[in-house]
Design a protein around this ligand. Structure first.
Ligand SMILES: NC(=O)c1ccc[n+]([C@@H]2O[C@H](COP(=O)([O-])OP(=O)(O)OC[C@H]3O[C@@H](n4cnc5c(N)ncnc54)[C@H](O)[C@@H]3O)[C@@H](O)[C@H]2O)c1
Ligand SMILES: CC(C)[C@H](C(=O)O)[C@@H](O)C(=O)O
Ligand SMILES: [Mg+2]
Length: 352
């Protein structure tokens, strides 16, 4: 079981160190950790955020633990050299089209949600975000209009096979949960979304035990703070999923709590090949201070054990340790506490 360890930039190395400590504490037979560079860290050494040696490592491993990429010092670089291209390139290159972003309130943290505790307490949802298409990967550029203005453009599109494959993941996910699937789109305005909706309805015929509903994304953003407990499984496109998942994190209490799995079709000898990363970024404002919440990264490692290695009991063990540590007060500044990254890691290790 080969795991690529790619800490990246900003708080990435700080939170990755805690996830690695938790993995090592499990002492799983046959696990090999292989370090690599991504993002600005790779660009500084190799001149590229996703250099060939890192890509080769990603291909050679059964799963990837990915910290975060992004560095304000790189904001002026040409787009293909910016750190964020590492995460986009990894998702595309490995065909990781299905991004699972669970959001569930932790016992004892209800009062730290941006919502009222009784509203937050009901949250247990899964966002299934499409990750290989949409406006993210369409033709883009800068041009000059006929009257001499600069104009930026990004083409949004989905073809039906792209929608169909994420629909199947979403319906299967909903089947494993409460059987309710909400597809979020903007079909009242966008042709991309009309196609999305049509294909969701077609695929629904294969899943008679799942109840499909549709919601426009503006309404979904509102419902997510009005009554998040009404959602179970949400399926949506790349851009809407990016935005709604950050929003969901504050409904739960902190962006430092939400993990993710990015999966494709490739199967290894152990399970589905995937990349696992927190939903947050490199947090330059707190990087290097030992303040970052490592929970999202640690929970990403748990998702890896579940999806890429079939180690459900070990994944659940990490999740239970995190829940227990949080409930006992292992909280940093993002959750009104004063513990740092390593102290939170220690608390999770002690609860394992
Ligand atoms: N997958 C990724 O690697 C990824 C994801 C999102 C953003 N980014 C990149 O990260 C950089 C910063 O982006 P941003 O500021 O918009 O988003 P961000 O998620 O990095 O930070 C947003 C806010 O949340 C806080 N925060 C984030 N993670 C935290 C944690 N674990 N514990 C405590 N607080 C935390 C930050 O301090 C900041 O105030 C940019 O370069 C962006 O492109 C990368
Ligand atoms: C860094 C960026 C490219 C990325 C995205 O938009 O997908 C991030 O925001 C995320 O949510 O993983
Ligand atoms: Mg995001």
């Amino acid at each position: 079981m080969k795991i690529a360890i790619l800490p990246g930039d900003g708080i990435g190395p700080e939170i990755m160190a805690e996830a690695v400590r938790v993995l090592r504490a499990l002492d799983l037979p046959g696990v090999e950790l292989h370090d690599g560079l991504v993002g600005a860290a790779a660009w500084r050494v190799h001149g590229h955020p996703l250099p060939p040696e890192t890509l080769a490592l990603m291909h050679a491993c059964d799963a990837i633990l990915f910290g975060a990429v992004g560095d304000p010092a790189c904001d002026g670089l040409e787009r293909h050299l910016r750190p964020e291209q590492a995460v986009l390139g990894m998702r595309k290159e490995l065909g990781l089209f299905a991004n699972l972003r669970p959001a569930k309130v932790f016992p004892g943290l209800e009062a730290h949600s941006s919502l009222r505790p009784e509203v937050a307490g009901a949250i247990d949802l899964m966002i299934v975000r499409e990750l290989n298409g949409d406006v993210y990967f369409g033709e883009k550029g800068m041009r000059t209009t006929s009257d001499g203005q600069r104009e930026g453009y990004d083409i949004m599109s989905y073809n039906e096979s792209e929608v169909r494959r994420i629909a199947h993941v979403a319906f299967r996910t909903a089947l494993g949960r409460s059987g309710r699937l909400c597809s979020v789109d903007k079909a009242n305005v966008l042709e991309t979304s009309q196609l999305w909706r049509d294909v969701m309805i077609e695929v629904a015929a294969d899943y008679p035990d799942v109840t499909l509903e549709h919601m426009y994304v503006d309404n979904a953003a509102m419902q997510l703070v009005r009554a998040p407990g009404k959602f179970d499984t949400i399926v949506t496109g790349n851009l809407f999923g990016d935005i709604l998942s950050d929003q969901a994190s504050m409904c739960v209490g902190s962006i430092g709590l939400l993990a993710s799995a990015s999966l494709g079709a490739e199967q290894t000898a152990f399970g589905t090949k995937g990349a696992y990363e927190p939903i947050h970024g490199s947090a330059p404002d707190i990087a290097g201070k030992g303040l970052a919440n490592p929970v999202a990264m640690i929970l990403s490692a748990a998702m890896m054990l579940r999806h890429s290695f079939g180690l459900e009991a070990e994944a659940a063990r990490i999740e239970a340790a995190v829940a227990s540590a949080l409930n006992a007060g292992a909280r940093g500044a993002d959750l009104g506490g004063n513990m740092g990254t390593v102290a939170i890691g220690n608390a999770v290790l002690a609860a394992l």
